[in-house]
Design a binder for this molecule. Structure first.
Ligand code: 4NP
Length: 155
């Protein structure tokens, strides 16, 4: 059975679609599957933000086929690892958990780079264009660490 990883942000159109594409490209497809979701419901069924699609494309990743969906409680049963982009995502996801085992699946993604510091991936939605490149580079670093750990643990 493939190990399942979920990336979560607020809208599921800017940060988590990039995180999904970046991590999926670093993992062997037959052992792992990566998905993303938002805690909010505004963008259910939407494609990623065109700035996220363009940033991914500049790094040879195609995230254009992804469709937005909302995080829900059954994701705790389906996924082995849940990475959230910021503290408010963390609080929103944890509020839906039923038990400690489910809570332990949830990690703030930049704690991979800065352990215990709870640093946010800044939401680039209302920001400047280079916000997306900044998000890409943070996520690329964090996902390299995550991929190394997952590959050594699960393959
Ligand atoms: P994301 O960014 O959480 O990185 O996808 C956002 C996109 C849209 C909204 C909020 C955050 N929104 O409020 O529509």
């Amino acid at each position: 059975m493939a190990v399942k990883i979920l990336m979560v942000c607020l809208g599921n159109i800017c940060r988590s679609p990039l995180a999904e594409g970046i991590l999926a490209a670093k993992l062997p497809e037959n052992n792992f599957s990566v998905d993303s979701a938002g805690t909010g419901s505004w963008h259910i069924g939407s494609s990623p933000d065109k700035r996220s699609i363009a940033t991914a494309k500049a790094h040879h990743l195609d995230i254009s086929k992804q469709k937005g969906r909302q995080f829900n409680k059954t994701d705790f049963d389906v996924f082995d690892y849940i990475y959230v982009m910021d503290k408010s995502n963390y609080d929103n996801v944890i509020a839906l958990a039923n038990n400690t085992e489910q809570k332990q699946k949830v990690q703030i993604i930049l704690n991979e780079l800065f352990p215990g510091e709870n640093v946010d991936v800044p939401d680039p939605y209302y920001g400047l264009e280079n916000g997306f490149e900044n998000v890409y580079s943070m996520l690329d670093e964090a996902c390299s660490i995550i991929a190394d750990k997952l590959i050594s643990k699960h393959t």
